[in-house]
Design a protein around this ligand. Sequence first.
Ligand code: SPD
Length: 282
Amino acid sequence: MALWYDEVTDDAVRFGLKVERTLFMGRSEFQTVSVIETSAFGRALLLDDLWMTSERDEAVYHELIAHVPCTTAKRLERVLVIGGGDGGTVREVLKHPEVQHVDMVEIDGLVVETSKLYLGTIGSAWDDPRLQVTIGDGIAWVKRTDLEKYDVVIVDGSDPVGPAVGLFNEAFYAGCKSMLRDGGCFITQSESPIMTKPVHLEMIRTIGKVFGEAHPLYGPVPLYPSGAWSWTYAHTGVDRFAVDVVRAARIEAQSKYWNRDIHRGAFAVPNHIKQALAEGAL
Ligand code: SPD
């Protein structure tokens, strides 16, 4: 008998993958952590039984969350990644040779340990000497006043339940903004514009309140509810479309998904989102 795992959303929708074998199941003080080998998507990571990333579709997510801010920030020397325990986001950030230092602050050490053991194709830059991994609380990190500021702040968290819930509020976004140099950029994953539209809209509004403006961008991540996914970008004084051509050309030569056309097109906002934002609807 075939074994399948389904992520169920709102007791109404499910996305399932056929399981070849379970590679790891464990529990940290924060959540359950599992890695399964699937027939169609390769190895996949789940946190609290929610799909987080898979070998097959991770490039869309990680390239967008990394290269949209990293090609538009005025300078690109210091980067902060909050979350991102599978290593995919820092892998992409570290493809930019201008980057001198990356702080990755992940709350759950078990996610990092498990990813290093089982998801080596996703987290392939753990040994880069520019990377400093801290197992700790990203919310506390952005309250610190003793740190040199960053050019890019990336929030690669999970969904707004469990340990990631504090990554979805005004105080946290204000902390992220306070960490940026002039000309710096911020981006966070911002859930599904279809399946979790109220959360998505609220994030755009709250980030806009903190930064003055907020720009959602969209892309396909089949592993996530509805497959339609979003990120929200904000900045401290740059143009989101003005990519640095040297950085962009270098990344285009090695990326699976991101390029300058995708970058521009990803910022196109669907009418139902524009209307909801204009009307103040959820
Ligand atoms: N519904 C899943 C949302 C997950 C967002 N973060 C994924 C982590 C990939 N590095």
